[in-house]
Design a protein around this ligand. Structure first.
Ligand code: NAP
Length: 456
């Protein structure tokens, strides 16, 4: 069956992050198909990790929001925020009201280190810390920076670790022009953090950060970057790898430049450590010390301990060792890889058969890797599969978008509409204008919406 103007293909996209919105964009651009899309989102706000993951001082990366805004503004698209998939709207509900559904919910969990002391106050995931400084509503009532923290360890050498370390290494005055929420900025302004450590368990050739992000660490106004030349020495296998890959060579060159520098006495120090693994977090009521073990690499580039330990005074430990996908109620999930099993975005059941009308995109499809733009190609792949299948997809009987609204209303769900987001957006911009900033993020929408809708 093909879709017509009066009867477009009804699609639900679960998750209004980059993957979901790139996917909607691809569906809207499809020439031979007419679609009507509902974007179902747990939060009141769209844009997922672009709003709540990209660091506040990386405004350029956030500019993709302009494109996403246009996508969501399209008359064929409805934004249904504050709708919790799994409870407010179940799999059965979406399968009854839409011809196709795309799960693009990201990977919200963090991985753990599995070492003693990991649950002490002051030890937390970078995911939580990022959510806090990004003004994520789930973290609006919590302060994730210990007031007495002087030394903070960041574990892992991916871009999340670099983001977190950079934010800690900056003076609050450097973040004042960003969209960072005011209470967070106030806490950062009072920060006593002077030493920030990044620990990579392997060497520079195996580090996951990108060159641009690494280079930025050497340009910090208020922090000296410190690298021990011995820790970036390459073994033969790593040297061969670096010689074969330009990006790795650039990283190593930058690290050698860092190692050759003499600290200039800036107020903070950012220590980039390699071949070191945290093995224990020590403390009575909170983190007091971090025990690390020096590692060596085998010929495959895997790390193992040398039995040489170091104890460092530390008040916080942030693990930035990757994200992990979470199962959605009623949707197939691979408990080993933490993704939705799929072939080119088509969701597969336990026997490897495509579940008709069910698709996936983004981190929950491929795992937590790549930059924001990586999700475009990923979403395009899923959109192609969906559109290819579209003529054969059975059409649901109830095709009225208002049926979903009635269902949600009957369940007492106060849906946040596109207009509500526009009101929040305007409110944040107005707050920003007063302080010469583009916007200042607010974090508690439930209370705010009643107050601001129609008043900005
Ligand atoms: P990631 O790039 O996968 O890095 C995770 C790091 O954690 C790796 O260095 C890994 O080391 C380490 N690790 C894992 N388990 C560990 C353990 N038990 N002990 C010590 N270290 C451990 O993940 P991410 O930093 O969370 O980033 C996720 C994705 O978002 C990445 O693709 C990243 O590029 C992207 N991102 C991009 C930006 C940007 O563009 N500015 C910003 C943030 C995030 P091994 O290699 O040894 O496993």
């Amino acid at each position: 069956m093909t879709s017509s103007e009066s009867d477009p293909l009804r699609v639900a996209v679960v998750g209004a992050g980059p993957a979901g919105l790139f996917l909607v964009d691809a569906l809207l651009k499809a020439k031979d198909h007419l679609v009507s899309v509902d974007v179902i989102e747990r939060l009141h706000t769209p844009y997922g990790l672009v709003r709540y993951g990209v660091a506040p001082d990386h405004a350029k990366i956030k500019s993709v929001i302009t494109t996403f805004h246009k996508t969501l503004e399209d008359e064929r698209v409805r934004f249904l925020g504050n709708v919790n998939f799994g409870t407010d709207l179940t799999v059965d509900d979406v399968l009854a009201h839409y011809d196709a559904v795309v799960y693009s919910v990201g990977a919200p969990h963090d991985r753990r280190l599995g070492i003693p002391g990991e649950d002490l106050p002051g030890s937390l995931s970078a995911t939580e810390f990022v959510a806090w400084y990004s003004g994520h509503p789930d973290h609006s009532d919590i302060v994730h920076l210990r007031a007495d923290a002087k030394a903070v360890a960041v574990v892992g050498v991916g871009n999340v670790a670099v983001d977190v370390a950079r934010i800690l290494a900056k003076d609050a005055s450097e973040l004042r022009g960003t969209d960072i929420p005011q209470p967070v900025l106030d806490k950062l302004a009072a920060s006593e953090v002077r030493d920030i450590y990044i620990f990579g368990r392997r060497g520079p050739a195996q580090a996951k950060f990108t060159t641009k992000e690494l280079r930025e660490l050497g340009e910090l106004e208020n922090a000296d970057v410190i690298v021990d030349p011995d820790e970036i020495a390459l073994d033969a296998a790593s040297a061969a790898e670096v010689a074969a890959q330009q990006a790795l060579q650039r990283n190593v060159d930058i690290l050698r430049d860092f190692a050759a520098r003499t600290p200039s006495g800036k107020p903070r120090r950012l220590h980039l450590r390699f071949l070191t693994s945290p093995v224990e977090i020590v403390g009575t009521d909170a983190v007091e010390e971090l025990v690390i073990e020096r590692n060596r690499l085998d010929e495959h580039g895997n790390a193992s301990g040398t039995g040489r330990f170091e104890r460092l005074p530390m008040q916080m430990v942030l693990r930035a060792v990757g994200y992990r996908g979470r199962a959605l109620e009623g949707v197939p999930f691979d408990g080993r890889t933490h993704v939705i099993p799929n072939a080119l975005g088509r969701v597969l059941d336990a026997s490897g058969q495509h579940l008709p009308g069910q698709y996936t995109a983004g981190w929950i499809k491929r795992g937590p890797s790549g930059v924001i733009g990586t999700n475009k190609a990923d979403a395009n792949e899923t959109a192609r599969a969906l559109l290819e299948d579209a003529p054969q997809l059975p059409r649901v009987a109830d095709r009225d978008p208002a049926s979903v609204d009635r269902l949600l209303e009957a369940r007492g769900v106060k849906v946040a509409r596109w207009q509500d987001w526009l009101a929040i957006d305007q409110y944040e911009r107005t707050l920003g204008e007063r302080e010469g900033r583009e916007r200042v993020k607010v974090t508690n929408f439930t209370a705010l919406l009643d107050e601001i809708v129609g008043k900005v």
